[in-house]
Design a protein around this ligand. Structure first.
Ligand SMILES: [Zn+2]
Length: 330
């Protein structure tokens, strides 16, 4: 079975020959930067370097997907947030929110602004090389994007004190996410993957998730049948809501009890993706630990084996390969 078919089948709840292995979250590491000569921060801005570094996740590590980009700031930047570029071992981050600048987001012409054309160019290049693995395009989910526009703390307070104001921002964020996801699919993205860390129960209560985050996520999931939602932390209290958003797969961290998550998902054909600890095991563990934890995740019933969250830049390639080995060896 080819990797693409294996991943697609696993995402749609059909039988595959084995559990596929990939990363839903960022894949840039210092070792892969050295191997390719494509380093952050340039690889976050130059489409050619973005392609070289992201493809290494497949060609060097063995992931059964290619995943771009390496940060969660592309939409925030296109909407007008100021971005600090980061360094070789640090991702770009929002340095000035829209609120700080006293401006409202510019939605019109979104796909022509900031690094959106960079991502589209990278998609085109990866597709033209006809790799036999799917291309995953990630981006900040609506709640996270609204938090970037306002500042997370201010956004959380606004939800409580001025619900209409919070709804306005989340609506803008939803529109931006949908617009961007549609553009990515048009250019050839095989899987869209919003990551919505600010929607995690460690930041937002499940009640607030239901009120503010759920409908915008439904709108994003509706863009493409192959979609994966990643939410950080212990997402178990909201997993039933996440399962109602329409995503083909849910990507969760190690804090989520897989058996309980499966139970909450119930009869729905939704792939559970994860959840080998990115920091505790992939970054800091030995190859043996990675292999053991990965086998444990497979035994616990993940449909797609993956790091639990974004791969840390100092993660050794040998550990990422051990993760791949756990999926590909009996
Ligand atoms: Zn995460």
């Amino acid at each position: 079975m080819e990797a693409r078919e294996r991943v697609y089948r696993s995402l749609s709840g059909e039988k595959a020959d084995r559990t596929p292995v990939l990363s839903v979250t960022q894949t840039g590491t210092l070792e892969l930067m050295k191997a390719t000569g494509a380093f952050w921060p340039d690889a976050n801005y130059d489409p050619k370097q973005m392609v070289e570094l992201s493809v290494a996740g497949h060609t060097v590590v063995g992931f059964e997907a290619i995943r771009i980009p390496f940060c969660l700031t592309v939409l925030a930047e296109a909407l007008g947030c100021e971005i600090e570029q980061g360094r070789e071992d640090r991702q770009p981050a929002v340095s000035k929110t829209l609120f700080d600048q006293g401006i409202t987001p510019k939605l019109e012409g979104l796909v022509d602004r900031g690094r959106v054309p960079t991502i589209m160019e990278a998609i085109k290049n990866i597709k033209s090389d006809r790799y036999k693995v799917p291309l995953i395009v990630g981006f900040e989910g609506p709640t996270t994007l609204a938090g970037q526009m306002m500042g997370v703390e201010r956004f959380c307070l606004t939800m409580i004190k001025k619900p209409d104001e919070a709804s306005k921002y989340i609506k803008w964020a939803e529109e931006a996410c949908v617009e961007y996801a549609k553009a990515a699919v048009r250019e050839g993205a095989d899987i869209i993957a919003p990551a919505d860390p600010t929607a995690s129960p460690s930041v937002l209560s499940p009640k607030m998730f239901e009120k503010y985050s759920k409908d915008p996520l439904k709108a994003v999931a509706a863009v493409h049948p192959r979609s994966i939602l990643h939410i950080c932390g212990n997402a178990l209290p909201i997993i039933a809501h996440m399962a109602e958003c329409g995503f083909a797969g849910l990507s969760v961290e190690e804090k989520v009890d897989l058996a309980a998550a499966k139970k909450a998902i119930g009869e729905r054909k939704i792939a559970l993706i994860g959840n080998v600890p990115s920091a505790g095991v992939l970054l800091n563990g030995s190859e043996e630990e990675v292999f053991r934890e990965a086998k444990k995740a497979i035994a616990a019933g993940v449909d797609v084996l993956a790091p639990s969250c974004g791969i840390a830049p100092r993660t050794p390639t040998r550990n990422l390969r051990a993760l791949v080995r756990a999926a590909t060896s009996p």
